[in-house]
Design a protein around this ligand. Structure first.
Ligand code: THU
Length: 129
């Protein structure tokens, strides 16, 4: 399961639109329904309008009616080289809106190599309403 999710995240790198940072990011989000939603980062000349791969996947899923999630895998390349990217603060907050603390975050580190985190580890003492 983890390997498959990571493989799908890696496959999304080709769709990344990242002419400014040259960082390609791909994500694969596993819903509790079993469906996997994909995402890539989409940059903009007005940098603040950039959307991260993780949020692309979440927004696709939410907009299609998904509400419950198990895990997300994230793959990244900087200047064509594989790198480990952890989700940015805004993406962590978006995850916290829809996921429990035990939501799993897998970061791809290399071929068949990944790290596993939980949302509560990456975003302790979170803000919520
Ligand atoms: N980025 C992501 O897509 N996800 C992350 O977890 C961190 C950063 C993107 C945003 C931007 O296009 C590029 O990586 C460099 O920040």
């Amino acid at each position: 399961m983890i390997e498959n999710l990571c493989k799908i995240a890696i496959e999304q790198l080709e769709f990344s639109y990242s002419p400014y940072s040259k960082c390609k990011v791909g994500a694969a989000l596993l819903a509790k329904s079993g469906k996997i939603y994909t995402g890539c980062n989409i940059e903009n000349a007005s940098f603040g309008a950039t959307n991260c791969a993780e949020r692309t996947a979440f927004f696709k899923a939410i907009s299609e009616g998904e509400k419950d999630f198990n895990a997300i895998a994230i793959a990244a390349q900087k200047d064509g080289n594989p790198v480990e990217f952890l989700p940015c603060g805004i993406c962590r907050q978006v995850m916290a809106e829809f996921c429990d603390g035990d939501f799993k975050i897998f970061t791809v580190k290399g071929e068949n190599q990944f790290s596993e985190y939980t949302l509560s580890r990456l975003l302790p003492n979170l803000f919520s309403l």
